[in-house]
Design a protein around this ligand. Sequence first.
Ligand SMILES: O=C(O)Cc1cc(O)ccc1O
Ligand SMILES: [Fe+2]
Length: 448
Amino acid sequence: MPSTKFSFKDSYTYLNGFQSYHETEAIPDTLPIGQNSPQKPAHGLYAEKFSGTAFTAPRHENQQSWLYRILPAAAHRSFQPISSDIHQPQKIHQIPNQLRWNPFSFDYEVSWVESIHRVSEAGDPTMKSGLAIYVYAVGKDMPANESFYSADGDFLIVPQHGVLDIQTEMGKILVRANEICVIPRGVRYRVTVPDGPARGYICELYQGHFQLPELGPIGSNGLANARDFQAPVAYFDEDTETEWRVISKFNNGLFSATQFHTPFDVVGWHGNYYPYKYDLGRFNTIGSISYDHPDPSIFTVLTGPSDIAGTAIADFVIFPPRWLVQEDTFRPPWYHRNTMSEFMGLISGDYDAKTSGGFHPAGASLHNIMSAHGPDAGAHRGASEAELKPTKVGEQSMAFMFESCLMLGVTEWGLKTCEKLQKEYSEHSWEPLKSHFKRPIAYSNGSR
Ligand SMILES: O=C(O)Cc1cc(O)ccc1O
Ligand SMILES: [Fe+2]
């Protein structure tokens, strides 16, 4: 069971801060002083600019880093398309039904790249618009000399089981269940699974980058605090002989290029475009201490904004362990219909809106635009009759939601191939709800 409270350190070293400007060098005096591109960078390195936003993006949105490396990323042969059963265009189905999936299976046979199955999508990576949602189930380390990057978007990785040891160009990150990590567009990395099979979810943001949500009247601290986001320190290998493969995810297809040096040769870097991790156990959960159930936006960890203020392409929202104290209140989520789409997953434990079974760790649900949903009959019964004393919910559990303003389509894999879609989710959840309506006498049939 993952720890849902504060957390532990792992053996790697990190730099703390969200969107901070970091500097890190694995050998002293690697980074140039007072300039970015000297005629001869230190130690015989090459300088390389790595842009995560347009050069001309406004200063407060601009994201880039400078990498000082043994050989530039450009030193590779041409990319050739490679065929993949899963990384290819898929028919996308837009469905108004409430959908729910049984836990996705482990797969002991595949490494990272072939472990990533697209379940849901809206938009188009060629237009840098929208997002995709994947589940991964990985059983093996990536081959020794293989690296991967996505040109399509930023990967927000939400492990549900196991450990991912991720060597990136900018350093090493270890990420476990109940932690998340973001690998921005373009960062090359290699994933190994030191603790055996791993499984989880990914939201790929085709447009923009994840940000911390505004805090408004909450004030200057709370929810996910900036200092708890951790970027890797520079780490490099020296290898200018071995044959390496760089796999590119480009418009949801795969391409492979050969090069004769490691991609992990960055001796130092500085900037604000880098991969990072965050431990969900550090989330400062805020809620109602009087009455009523607040909107789940109060649990937003990261938001990937659209061009419309307050409206996300992807919000990443969690439902951590918390105290419920509201008086005269139906405490679970209300019944609702939403102009946003809600894709949910469960990392561990259970979820207070679903007590009749069916929403399990490693499973998922999708309530699309205006698809009506809410507590199932069991949860409704329990919550309407419960004594309203202070109660801790979600002890040892962690549910999450990717919430999007876009209509989320479901892939053939999600609908059929994975064989996890539940047949009677809606019938089981909401058909058993009974009417409790009692017509007041003054309004009895015939009198009005
Ligand atoms: O549908 C869900 O379970 C997610 C959700 C949770 C909540 O507390 C309020 C609204 C909402 O959509
Ligand atoms: Fe909802």
